[in-house]
Design a protein around this ligand. Structure first.
Ligand code: AMP
Ligand code: GLY
Length: 471
């Protein structure tokens, strides 16, 4: 089988490896020269993600049997539609189906129309007057988000990004008029309190196969501080649940994915690819923060690492043809941790062009896998960072904290100016998250007025014995 993979980040590097191992011949089209993909592709093309024409030309020239689309920008640009138009089976939804990610209003309306009770209270606003009304209607604390795609970076949360409702309203109005800020308007939503988790599933027109649950660390800096990013790292637990997520709560989230896949199918919208729910586990159970119409990054690195060494390309082809074929378990029972090395200043003002050296032997000795993100080659075992996430280190073990320690060991093999969140998946961090949920669920508990991000990183009453039980 010959597969065209669109995209050039670490998510695509992980996908490309699994496709090449299937085995299948890998053709890549990406905006950057990803050294990891270059090493495994038989043909690598440079091109823009948002231009369907040249992507279709490559698919035809190489006579591919399947196209796999990584980034949302390509989905929103209609790349999947253009490829299907010339008869290529595509893993990735049409532009219409991808609206579940590209329009947050469409997403909320779909759930409402089909009676899927997973949304916080929300109101949309397209004018300054509507912003004032929406803020009044939702009340404090609230969240402001552009309706259109922002790579998780345009959302403003009360308590972390602004303090008072007046300040939030002012920022929202500014967003409404800023160039590229809020094309299509804003949503004002009730702020959900709890622990976030990601649940991705393979979806083929109403059929759903869930992947292991993952927790992503969205804030740029240690302690959950700084702006929201695409994700600085992530972990998954051996049993595919999370330290704070019970089987019953997990099932609620799976049911939201199932109901949504059915809702799309009953609306006549074909969805073939990954449906990714970003959830908040609240005192009232899992609520949906957003849907994405693609593999998460870094979450896909956790999931693909655990994919049983079966034929990944066949699985993706089946989904592209409208079938989810996996009858047995697709994912191994192991814990995984991903940490991204990013440019200094990532999320605010990234230092572009830094050269980072890595020692592949030392990384392998630590039992860790290296994946290349937004980098270009800069000589043997050296890469030049772009403005986004550069190198991903993936560790695997039976306990989360152990996988995290492996990644920490491997990080010593990177030299150069970069930033990494060392607090991801430490025992202290995991214990704090379990404790946070315990507090929220305690009888008579009132939502904490403090976001988790301002809790002291050293204060939580943790004991390693305690942490060992939960991870
Ligand atoms: P989104 O682009 O919708 O994924 O939002 C990015 C981040 O903003 C999420 O991962 C959450 O951390 C936060 N967020 C978005 N909506 C809400 C909400 N209603 N309540 C609390 N946090 C939210
Ligand atoms: N890690 C968040 C995302 O892929 O959107």
């Amino acid at each position: 089988m010959r597969v065209l993979l669109v995209g050039g980040g670490a998510r695509e590097h992980a996908l490309g490896e699994a496709i090449a191992r299937s085995p299948a011949e890998l053709v890549v089209l990406s905006p950057n020269e990803n050294p990891g993909l270059a090493a495994i592709a038989t043909h690598a093309y440079r091109g823009a993600l948002e231009e369907p024409g040249p992507i279709v030309d490559v698919a035809r020239a190489r006579a591919v049997d399947l196209a796999v689309i990584g980034p949302e920008a390509a989905l929103e640009a209609g790349v999947a539609d253009a490829l299907r138009g010339v008869g290529v089976p595509v893993f990735g939804p049409s532009r219409e189906a991808a609206r579940i990610e590209s329009s947050k209003r469409y997403c909320r309306e779909l759930l409402e129309r089909h009676g899927i009770p997973a949304s916080p209270r929300w109101v949309s606003a397209t004018t300054p007057e509507e912003v004032d009304r929406a803020v009044q209607q939702i009340g404090s604390p609230f969240v402001v988000k552009p309706v259109s795609l922002t790579s998780g970076k345009g959302v403003l949360v009360q308590g972390s990004d602004f303090a008072t409702p007046e300040e939030g309203a002012t920022l929202a109005k500014r967003l409404l008029v800023s160039e590229g800020g809020a094309r299509g308007g804003l949503l004002v939503e009730e702020k959900l309190e709890g622990e976030e988790f990601s649940l991705m599933a393979f979806v083929a027109d109403g059929a759903v196969y869930p992947m292991p649950a993952v927790q992503d660390y969205k804030r740029a800096l240690e302690g959950g501080l700084g702006p929201n990013t695409g994700g600085m790292g992530s972990y998954s637990q051996r049993d595919h649940l999370l330290p704070f997520l019970s089987e019953a709560q997990h099932q609620v989230a799976v049911n939201v994915l199932r109901s949504t896949a059915r809702a799309l199918a009953s609306d006549g919208v074909s969805f073939r690819g990954v449906l990714y729910g970003g959830f908040m586990l609240t005192a009232a159970g899992p609520k949906l923060v957003e849907f994405n119409a693609r593999f998460g990054d870094p979450e896909s690195l956790n999931a693909i690492t655990l994919y049983e060494p079966g034929n990944f390309a066949e699985l993706l082809l089946d989904i592209a043809n409208g079938r989810v074929s996996g009858s047995g378990p697709l994912f191994r029972l192991r814990a995984t941790v991903v940490k991204y090395a990013v440019p200094v200043g990532y999320g605010v003002a990234p230092q572009v062009g830094a050269v980072v050296e890595y020692d592949p032997v030392a990384i392998e000795r630590a039992g860790v896998h290296l994946l290349f993100g937004s980098v270009s080659p800069a000589g043997p075992a050296r890469v030049r960072f772009g403005s986004s996430r550069g190198l991903a280190l993936v560790g695997e073990a039976s306990a989360i904290w152990e996988a995290g320690e492996r990644v920490e060991e491997a990080l010593k093999a990177l030299k150069g100016p970069f930033y990494v969140r060392h607090d991801i998946a430490t025992r202290e961090d995991l214990t704090r998250r379990v404790e946070h949920m315990r507090q929220l669920l305690a009888p008579g508990a009132r939502p904490s007025p403090l976001p988790l991000s301002v809790a002291s990183p050293t204060a939580p009453a943790t004991s390693h014995a305690n942490a060992a039980q939960v991870v």
